[in-house]
Design a protein around this ligand. Structure first.
Ligand code: BGC
Length: 599
């Protein structure tokens, strides 16, 4: 008897092997699935429509193997209508017509007897539940909701070589209420933003990465309710948090949210100016931060881990782009004088830091901005000041995020900062220009040390944005240059192919970097795609818009530069839309030049 779906949730259960003829043989023959060399005798599928909106739905699927252990699996079903999988997680999903095939991979690739695998996906269309599932060709139907009595004559129902589908690396997946874990990425699944995912999968080749997690940017007040930002789409913050709850399986779910709406935003550039004027700190607090904090504090989101990335493009400007420096701008001088960056960041840290499951990461620029001692230590002082303003304390800071505003390589494999070429230090080269670091990872680790030495908690962790710093493709040097001329050596050895490390807008030749990964290196909480790949950094020509965004010549491919990029060409792609808007050509560029490459 088939159990009927109840309120969007359905469960099917197959019988055990039929005497003499296994259900496997019956199911496999019917479907013509290529079968592995073991027998799955039965299966149960729990298919839950966890969220449904006007044009789509989220389904969570748990498949339980009631037969012999399987070390690879395929679950197949037919959609009842024109539903389309748009992106999935914890399984590889493919669709042909109405037929969907989900197969396990990695830690989710095998299922012991009575064990289960869980995965989920977002689909377009209605959340109507499919009628039948097969696991490796076995039809998961015909049973009842009652668990079968355990056979009494089974000598050893437990496999001895349990492949252990549970990840073993989570030090504390289930902290006491109110207690934060050290690294909220470790042992967690990461939220896949359906809005970005749809954009990515709409691009040729985009399916290969459409189920990667990316951060949600709240880049204006209207984005909190939805309908007012390219990255949130018609989903507001609550919809995304509901969706994150729906995407959660057995492991904790981490959703990354960028808080990005300071008064006088992006004071050293023009393309990400925002809606709030330089003095509008009151609105920032009451119409933006308070509203976000109220939503995140909702009890129903308390099992999520919410990583907030606080205000890219802000505090370091108060060191590097002010006063008598030749990089100073009037806007940054104003934001230093009126104190509203420090006040705003402090307020965000304090309000969001009160929520026990929120993990605040303060944006900390990138090595090509802060990598000189004269910038690094003073910037950490400003971070510390903000972390002690408007009610915040250093305990409200869980870590720092780097490289969101930029494209710096994660690691330069062919030289270190301490190397010399023909007696000259690498630091003396035009490219490195006396910087103390040649790449993001060494910079991130050093910034962490500096933060701890200035009074931040000793367990702060770093995020490195690897969404656009892959620098693969045919231009990527595969070995160090043999030149004994320092500048030639660096030019021919560096993997970062930008014209100048100060270039930041829609960089030509850039690729996707490391895929998001938890705890990849000492002091690093995660490599993360904070800037969603394919969203523009700024328009390449003036474009009228109602977002406050300006035209920055650093996004104009014909521009010859300014003092902040050593008066070099901008290296930007042409025909770019306003920042945050979908930029198909950039997405293709990132895909083509990905490093590691996208299979
Ligand atoms: C834009 C934001 C956008 C973000 C993510 C920024 O450069 O100014 O509007 O949300 O990028 O794409």
């Amino acid at each position: 008897m088939r159990a009927e779906p109840q309120s969007g949730r359905a469960r099917w259960r197959s019988g055990k092997a039929i005497a003499g003829v296994s259900a496997l043989a019956l199911g496999a023959g019917a479907l013509g699935v290529a079968l592995p060399a073991y027998a799955a005798e039965g299966c149960e599928v729990d298919y839950t429509v966890a969220n449904e909106w006007s044009s789509g739905f989220t389904a969570n699927v748990e498949v339980t193997n009631l037969g012999d252990p399987v070390d690879s699996w395929e679950l197949v079903w037919e959609f009842p209508g024109d539903q389309q999988v748009s992106n999935g997680w914890n399984a590889d999903l493919s669709q042909s017509g109405q037929t969907v095939t989900a197969s396990g991979s990695g830690w989710n690739g095998s299922i012991p007897t009575d064990g289960s695998a869980q995965f989920g996906f977002n689909g377009d269309g209605s959340g109507e539940i499919p009628g039948e599932f097969t696991l490796n060709g076995v039809v998961c139907d015909g049973g009842t909701d009652e668990p079968d009595p355990e056979p009494t004559d089974d000598p050893d129902p437990e496999p001895t070589d349990d492949p252990d589908p549970e990840p073993t690396d989570d030090p504390d997946p289930d902290p006491e209420p109110g207690e934060r874990v050290d690294n909220p990425y470790e042992g967690a699944d990461l939220y896949v933003n359906p809005v970005w995912s749809d954009n990515a999968s709409g691009e040729p080749g985009g399916d290969a990465i459409a189920d990667e997690p990316t951060a949600l940017w709240l880049d204006r007040i209207g984005a909190i309710a939805g309908n007012d930002s390219p990255t949130t789409g018609d989903m507001g913050l609550r919809d995304h948090l509901d969706e994150a709850v729906a995407q959660a399986g057995d492991r904790p779910m981490n959703i990354q949210v960028v808080v990005y709406n300071l008064p006088g935003r992006d004071c050293a550039a023009l393309s990400s100016h925002g809606e709030l004027g330089q003095e509008e700190i009151g609105r920032y607090k009451t119409e933006y931060i308070d509203v976000i904090a109220d939503i995140m504090d909702d009890e129903k989101y308390s099992d999520l881990r919410i990583s907030t990335i606080i205000e890219p493009d802000s505090l370091p400007n108060l060191v590097t782009n002010v006063g008598s420096r030749d990089t100073a701008t009037e806007n940054c001088d104003t934001m230093l004088d009126n104190g509203n960056y420090v006040e705003g960041v402090g307020y965000a840290l304090s309000e969001l830091g009160e929520i026990p499951n929120v993990y605040n990461y303060v944006d900390a620029g990138h090595h090509g901005w802060l990598g000189w001692d004269t910038n690094l230590s003073p910037s950490v002082e400003v971070f510390h000041e903000a972390a002690n303003t408007a009610g915040a304390t250093v305990d409200d800071v869980h870590g720092f995020a780097v490289n969101t505003a930029n494209y710096s390589a994660l690691e330069e494999p062919h030289f270190d900062v301490d190397d010399t070429v023909n007696g000259q230090q690498v630091r003396q080269s035009d490219w490195v220009d006396w910087n103390q670091y040649v790449d993001e990872q060494s910079f991130a680790q050093a910034l962490r040390d500096e933060a701890v030495s200035q009074g931040f908690d000793s367990d702060v962790g770093m995020l490195i944005d690897t969404s656009r710093n892959g620098w693969g493709g045919s231009e990527r040097p595969t070995e160090p240059s043999s030149s004994d001329d320092l500048n030639t050596f660096i030019e021919d050895s560096r993997t970062d192919r930008r014209i100048h490390p100060g270039n930041w807008c829609n960089q030509s030749g850039a690729g996707l970097g490391e895929r998001p990964e938890a705890a990849p290196a000492s002091g690093i909480d995660a490599y993360s795609w904070i800037k969603p790949p394919g969203e523009s950094d700024g328009n390449s020509e003036p474009i009228d818009n109602d977002e406050g965004k300006g035209f920055d010549r650093m996004c104009d491919p014909t521009y010859e530069g300014n003092v902040r990029n050593g008066n070099s060409p901008s290296g930007a792609l042409p025909n770019a839309p306003v920042s945050g808007h979908w930029f198909s050509a950039q997405f293709q560029e990132l895909l083509d030049n990905a490093h590691p490459s996208v299979q």
